[in-house]
Ligand binder design. Structure first.
Ligand code: ATP
Ligand code: MG
Length: 366
């Protein structure tokens, strides 16, 4: 259909299974577009990977910012390979993209998809008890990249890692979290810090959070947790939470725990959002490049598909929410059947078989 809205996607497959699952995601997105008919995708694929870095000495071209900005969204697979230290791959590519593209929000929805077996017996009985959105501050905090090393090669090595917290940064993530909580049926928000031990940045975080919270009194129910106690609550009382907002580091850790509680790291999605929409937002599964299974064609593509569904939701600006919901329904129809689950979900299907099954379900559901 020639009148279909065109979405230009910058695809960065990256390393390891990132390549397989990005290919799989493109296939299901194209199927969704074909079945729906009101939109279509055009991809530019960027060969920005650790393998390329080893061969040529750089991850991204100097004009990467301008190149990415000609797209409506970025779809990212995974970066990292054992022969390049992780802090290099992260700081050569993914962290600069998040910072320069103003993606100050990282959204990580977690729930137990049909067919997954969560490790906790209690959640196996009542999977609906785990239904969270983790909202991670994505631009500053502990991953601000500030610090230094002195006497690095001696027995007296000293290193500092400085976390940066700004009022502006805390306020905008808090507001986003409250707005997200307000849009959900349960309207609850839990804020996580470590303000008993870290008495500057974390105390500022608490202060700004409670200032913003006043605007939502009577609309959103909110509470505060210390991050250590939060890990216990996530395991013992998952039903007591709805939306969770935390710093860059804390939310990174909590969302891995959340993914594991929901049954597999291969399922979990994430969105790096610029809420102002002045730059393209970026969508990626939370798992890494999984060198142990790379090249075998057995990676679970569900986290990549869920991330793609969130990309559709974002691109649609409210107009494609129903399509994204149907896309999720198609995914869960596939995870719900034992013969179309990958190994990490207790099945024996490969990436391609799951992808083809989701494409068939899209034809049925969407
Ligand atoms: P990163 O540093 O990039 O976060 P990581 O070291 O945390 O990566 P992953 O690459 O996410 O690790 O892999 C962790 C484990 O989970 C590995 O055993 C890997 O095989 C498994 N895993 C990750 N993603 C998937 C997937 N999509 N399907 C199946 N197994 C996966
Ligand atoms: Mg990891």
């Amino acid at each position: 259909m020639s009148s279909a809205t065109l979405f230009k996607i910058a695809a960065i497959p990256g390393d390891g299974i990132g390549v397989d699952i990005t290919e799989a995601a493109k296939q299901v997105l194209d199927k969704l577009a074909e079945v729906n008919g009101t939109f279509r995708f055009e991809y530019t694929t960027f060969d920005w990977s650790s393998k390329a870095y080893k061969a040529r000495g750089w991850y991204m071209q100097d004009d990467w910012e301008a190149q990415l900005k000609t797209h409506d969204a970025i779809y990212f697979g995974a970066v990292g390979w054992p022969d390049v230290p992780d802090h290099i791959s992260l700081w050569q590519m993914i962290l600069p993209i998040r910072q320069v593209m103003n993606q100050y929000v990282n959204v990580r929805p977690t729930r137990i998809l049909r067919g997954t077996t969560p490790p906790l017996a209690q959640l196996q009985k009542t999977p609906q008890d785990l239904d969270w959105i983790i909202i991670r501050e994505n631009s500053e905090g502990e991953y601000a990249g500030q610090g230094g090393t002195t006497h690095g090669h001696t027995a007296n090595a000293i290193a500092t890692e400085v976390a940066i917290f700004t009022r502006v940064g805390i306020e905008r993530i808090t507001r986003f979290a409250f707005e997200t909580a307000k849009s959900r049926p349960r309207k609850k928000l839990t804020m996580v810090t470590k303000s008993n031990a870290q008495r500057h940045g974390m105390v500022l975080w608490d202060k700004v959070f409670f200032e913003v919270a006043k605007e939502y009194d009577g609309v959103v129910e909110y509470d505060k947790m210390l991050v250590d106690a939060m890990t216990v609550r996530m395991v013992d009382h998952p039903e007591s939470m709805d939306c969770i907002v935390a710093t860059n580091l804390h939310a990174d850790i909590l969302s891995d725990l959340a993914a594991a509680l929901a049954g597999s790291i291969g399922i979990a999605p994430s969105s790096n959002l610029d809420p102002t929409r002045s730059c393209p937002s970026m969508f990626e599964p939370i798992h890494g490049s999984a060198p142990d299974i790379a090249g075998k064609g057995i990676a679970n593509p569900v986290g990549a598909f869920w991330s793609a569904a969130e990309m559709v939701r974002w691109l649609g600006k409210g107009e494609l929410d129903a399509v994204a919901d149907q896309f999720m329904e198609a995914i869960e129809n596939v995870t719900g059947k034992p013969d179309t689950r990958t190994r990490d979900m207790g099945g024996s299907a490969n990436t391609m078989q799951v992808t083809e099954a989701v494409c068939r379900e899209i034809e049925n559901v969407c």
